[in-house]
Design a protein around this ligand. Structure first.
Ligand code: NAI
Ligand code: 15L
Length: 266
């Protein structure tokens, strides 16, 4: 069991799931975000911080022995916001982890690192990056920083290319990319419980019949996703007509992100 586990992005969708369902992993959960987090409950510490603020991130990481890094811009956005949270923020986080001797990180990367592959293509850990926007590029950077800090300083990171982690799949594409909350929680558990992690790329998807990603390289992790988006197929297909064959939603792993423009500064 960890002593103190830092969860960044704790006010977000996956942060809320983590806050309630990862309590058994550490004596104390240190919760951080720029958005309101409410009061600390039993076994919690609340520490608001902007990931772009190096001093604040240093204080955040001090005294922690594990990090679940969920914080940051989580969709396509203008470059300055991505730069602050996802580029400067990742540098601040790994530098703080190095200074304070944190040994293990769960990094929320994204399928948008490989979003421009076509949906007929099956990918494994050897797939090279094909980001579908600036957000995807920032996650490629995050994965690369994790690898650098592993090779140079021995910090272990699970580089988890999360598909679509919601209570249920919301469209046809997500029948392939869905990660259930139960499978997400089980993956975080294994990341912090396995004896030797290394720095693997992990495709964060449930055991979907329609899945596109191959995790067969993860022989020692002991993570076996149990859910399958197929049980939602009838409801998903009834909710909306199939997109046209040339619609990005039906063409690319990253779906409609591939059609996003470069967003102007707000
Ligand atoms: P979310 O957008 O709900 O949560 C992200 C949190 O980060 C927010 O609460 C936000 O306030 C915080 N944040 C943004 N900028 C910040 C900054 N400068 N400093 C500190 N905190 C900041 O996203 P969600 O869905 O919970 O995803 C969590 C992580 O997983 C994100 O990094 C996202 O990119 C990644 N991910 C999520 C997927 C999903 O399906 N939920 C799929 C792929 C990746
Ligand atoms: C992501 O990276 C986003 O954070 C999430 O909100 C979803 O859009 C997901 O990818 C997806 O591709 O479905």
């Amino acid at each position: 069991m960890l002593n103190r586990l830092l969860i960044t992005g704790a006010a977000g969708g996956l942060g809320k799931v983590s806050r309630t369902r990862l309590t058994h992993l550490a004596h104390t959960l240190r919760l951080s975000d720029v958005a309101p987090l409410g009061d600390a409950g039993p076994g919690e510490e609340v520490m608001p911080a902007d990931l772009g603020d190096a001093a604040a991130v240093d204080a955040l990481v001090a005294g922690c022995d594990g990090i679940v890094h969920l914080g940051g811009i989580s969709v396509e956005d203008c470059f300055s916001r991505i730069l602050n949270a996802n580029i400067v923020g990742i540098f601040n986080l790994y530098e703080a982890a190095r200074r304070h001797g944190v040994k293990r990180v769960f990094l929320a990367s994204s399928n948008h690192t490989i979003g421009f592959y076509r949906q007929h293509q099956r990918l494994d850990e050897t797939a090279t990056f094909r980001p579908d926007g600036l957000y995807g590029v920032s996650k490629c950077y995050a994965e690369t920083m994790a690898l650098l800090y592993h090779d140079k300083f021995g910090i272990e990171t699970a580089r988890v290319r999360i598909g679509s982690c919601f209570s249920q799949p919301m469209d046809r594409r997500q029948l392939s990319t869905w990660l259930s909350y139960d499978d997400f929680v089980a993956l975080v558990e294994r990341v912090f419980q396995v004896e030797r992690l290394g720095c693997p790329v992990i495709y964060g998807a449930s055991a979907n019949d329609a899945g596109w990603w191959d995790n067969s390289h993860l022989t020692g992790l002991g993570w076996q996703p149990k859910d399958n988006a197929e049980i939602f197929r009838a409801a998903v297909e009834a909710a909306a007509p199939a997109p046209a064959a040339n619609d990005p939603a039906a063409l690319y792993h990253g779906g409609k992100f591939a059609a996003d423009p470069i967003f102007p500064e707000a």
